[in-house]
Design a binder for this molecule. Sequence first.
Ligand SMILES: Cc1cc2nc3c(=O)[nH]c(=O)nc-3n(C[C@H](O)[C@H](O)[C@H](O)COP(=O)(O)OP(=O)(O)OC[C@H]3O[C@@H](n4cnc5c(N)ncnc54)[C@H](O)[C@@H]3O)c2cc1C
Length: 502
Amino acid sequence: MKQKSVLVVGAGVGGIVAATHLAQHGFKVTIVEKNSRPGGRCDRISRDGHHFDTGPTLLVMPLLYEAEFAALGTSMREQLDLLRVDPTYHLVFDDGSQLALTSDMDSMREQLEDFERGSFQSLQRYMEEGGRHYHLSMEKLVNRDFRKASEFFRLEHIPLIYQLKPFANHYRNVSAYFADPRLKAAFTFQDIYMGLSPFEAPATFSMMPYTELAHGVYYPRGGMYSIVEALMQLARAANVEFIFDAAVQRIDVASTHAQGIILAEGGHRLEADAVLANADLPYVYQELLPDERLAASLHRKRFSCSVISFFWGLDKTYPTLGPHTLFLAHDYRENFDRIIRDLSLPANPSLYIHAPARLDPAMSPHGQDTLIAIVPVGHMSENSEQAKQSCGQDWGRIRDEARQHVFRRLASVGITDIESHIKFETNFTPLSWRKRYNLMKGSTHGLCHNLTQLGYFRPRNKHPRYHNLYFTGASTHPGTGLPTAMVSGHLSAQRILDELSS
Ligand SMILES: Cc1cc2nc3c(=O)[nH]c(=O)nc-3n(C[C@H](O)[C@H](O)[C@H](O)COP(=O)(O)OP(=O)(O)OC[C@H]3O[C@@H](n4cnc5c(N)ncnc54)[C@H](O)[C@@H]3O)c2cc1C
């Protein structure tokens, strides 16, 4: 039988994983990537001995990684040299109080009881619920590919409406467990990873704080980019071919099928039996495919926020900073409103600082430091020029304000001299996210995970008209995050195998 061929647009994690599964099953697979390196959002910058993970910094949901590496015929522990991060986060509140989120339950009891009497017991109950949400979501929603409506709308799924609390509001739900607003924030802030405010997210997402405490947060020695390096080795071993520095200009389609792709440079055409697009889904529909109606309907969906990131090489070390520090603003709700509703920067933003050298000293030169500061902001409103005019999205100004907020927050924990110790800075704004990875609206996590964009309602991994055009990645099923990108790649590959092998 003739060897089947697949062209993959984009070497993000979903694309590499899908390609490897297909190649392991005898397909001829070529990945075409616009950038000079693989990984997409899971990227790395290195300069003068400082190494920065520019996208993901937290290895969460380790059970998903375990399952996905096993599906690729290896093991997570064989591929990654994992360090457990515990405490996971150091939370700093506006009133100066701090909370170290840890799996050490004695320490949690001691800390929580200082915040609110009885709150440790509440945490145990909240974790029980989070555990139920996690396991049911993984089994019934995340690891499933809903190819037909009948696979989602089943009698057996009805109890999920009660079990997963999809219609309950997460913040209201957490308020049944804790009274102190700082604790409510401590166990809901993870919703931002899904592009949601806890004031609108389904209570189902209590699974995130659950998995962080129950299964742990990890850091692969060498940084998160070592996940991409491990996946690349597996891909190359399976004979996946890579073409870098080659932007795809268009997916070449006939009336009911995809014929191949057209490259931007020279208009070269490559043909294959199927095309799998890993580039951000709304971008693919808008820029690479002809149907304007479908593109417009995706464009109208809800997008997650963006972030402004600062990457600093410092000539001095700051050992008092933990690996993951989160400054949570007291005007918690206002923060989310400004980001999600007003597409802006809050007046007093919550923000996150990552110091990778606390976990792996090789991430910075000896006696120096490598810091990443991330400030969530609204996604871009249409194109930048229009936004500048109509919504005041002047990203240069917003970036400078965000930088001052980081300095101010660091000063609140006694780090007052950082500005004078910055040897160099690289920063990303929403414009950078859009330009580097073609992320629509500069939205770092793609389409968000509100109820109408989850499960069967999330855009499908296959085009409705072109029978051999498939999708994988953050804006498709099951959604955003590195481990979910691996799941997405796996599910899409399985579908291609089922449909092309028959
Ligand atoms: C700031 C930030 C922090 C994050 N933190 C975490 C975290 O801590 N933990 C976690 O698990 N996840 C995190 N994530 C989410 C995670 O990085 C993503 O969900 C995941 O990497 C998405 O993978 P993907 O398969 O969708 O591919 P992408 O990363 O979207 O890659 C798609 C690829 O397609 C390429 N491409 C686009 N257009 C074209 C074209 N026309 N031609 C050729 N190639 C093209 C792009 O260059 C890119 O390489 C974070 C993301 C960001 C941005």
